[in-house]
Design a protein. Structure first.
Ligand SMILES: Nc1ncnc2c1ncn2[C@@H]1O[C@H](COP(=O)(O)OP(=O)(O)O)[C@@H](O)[C@H]1O
Ligand SMILES: [Mg+2]
Length: 328
């Protein structure tokens, strides 16, 4: 797949990445305003225009709500049209562990959450409001239990106030992967950034669970995760999602991780992305992290801080060496 042109090449030459490599994940990085989003939109547009032997359905988790104007014929959805349940009784501890990671629960709060789930009967997917209600009426075993119960209620209640109640009630998002029309989820509709993060994490987990059940074996999914720092940041990562980085490729899901700072991400991202498209980076810390994982030539290292918008260094299995390219 052509992503642009090789810079300073006479005669002009296309810059390519093998489509099948998308399944082995891609990192798009570079400082703000250097062209990351434009690059990803270019890749998605090429993917849907072209006739490739590998089929990918693009799914864009559009953190800032920018993609609808950049893509050709996207299907744009409001997250409130795609509500997700955070906790399911069927999944038991797996579900509690996930909620605990996403909400940043203490071990004591996690214990109280588990207890309250046990105390609730009825349907499989749990409404957060019902859970808060159950927590309200729960007898306290001890002073620490009471303290954890109240702080847990405070954390959960945030997810149930105003319109957010509907976001976390109502089954699995039903993803139609029959066509390669890009699906854009406009996350900017979720005003509260903490809730936006919880929603994306829960959404990804649902997709991963479906992938593990074989849901994307014949029709692959290419998921764009913008502002990846929110989920895969060094100091606030969701462990289940990090684990998936390594495992999900086997189940037909490729990720495009977009982040302005490689050093802000867990190391697994660098190790588990086969293609890397690096726009201009000025930060010495970020350059150092890159230097450790990819084979940079001295020349490339020197130009990285000074590249123009839309220029990038491409690290791809298709080329022996990193290549200076212009995304077009
Ligand atoms: N390859 C390119 N060709 C033309 N314009 C570009 C290119 N890359 C980026 N731009 C323009 O530069 C601006 C910033 O790009 P954007 O992709 O939003 O940056 P980032 O996502 O890294 O913050 C946008 O107005 C975009 O249209
Ligand atoms: Mg951007």
């Amino acid at each position: 797949m052509v992503v642009g042109e090789v810079a300073n090449s006479t005669p002009p030459a296309d810059a390519c990445i093998p489509v099948e490599d998308l399944n082995k994940h891609t990192l798009v990085t570079g400082a703000t305003g250097t062209g990351k989003t434009f690059t990803v939109a270019t890749i998605v547009n090429r993917l849907t225009e072209g006739d490739y032997s590998v089929f990918f359905k693009p799914l864009i988790l559009d953190w800032h709500g920018e993609y609808s104007s950049l893509l050709r014929d996207p299907e744009v959805k409001d997250p409130f049209q795609l509500p997700i349940t955070l906790l399911s009784r069927e999944e038991g501890y797996y579900s509690v562990e996930f909620a605990s990671q996403v909400l940043g629960l203490t071990p004591a709060q996690e214990y109280v959450l588990l207890k309250s789930l046990e105390s609730l009967g009825g349907e499989e997917d749990l409404d957060i409001s019902d859970l808060v209600e159950a927590l309200e009426g729960m007898p306290d075993e001890s002073a620490w239990f009471r303290e954890s119960r109240l702080s847990l209620m405070r954390k959960l209640r945030r997810l149930t106030i105003g319109g957010y109640k509907d976001l976390f009630s109502g089954g699995d998002p039903d993803l139609e992967v029959g066509s390669n029309r890009p699906l854009v989820i406009d996350l900017s509709k979720i005003g509260d950034l903490a809730i936006r993060r919880v929603y994306v994490a829960a959404f990804l987990k649902k997709i991963f669970d479906k992938a593990l059940r074989g849901g994307f074996n014949s029709r692959r999914l290419l998921i764009v995760v913008e502002e990846a720092r929110n989920l895969l940041g060094r100091d606030n990562y969701v462990e289940i999602l990090v684990k998936m980085l390594d495992e999900i490729r086997k189940f037909g899901v490729g990720l495009v991780i977009v982040s302005q700072s490689p050093s802000a991400l867990v190391e697994d991202v660098m190790a588990n992305t086969s293609t890397k498209i690096v726009h201009s980076i000025k930060s010495a810390v970020d350059l150092e992290v890159l230097d450790k994982v990819v084979n940079m030539t001295g020349e490339i290292r020197e130009i990285l801080p000074y590249m123009d918008k839309g220029e990038a260094v491409l690290f791809s299995s298709f080329y022996k060496k990193p290549l200076l390219v212009r995304i077009v």
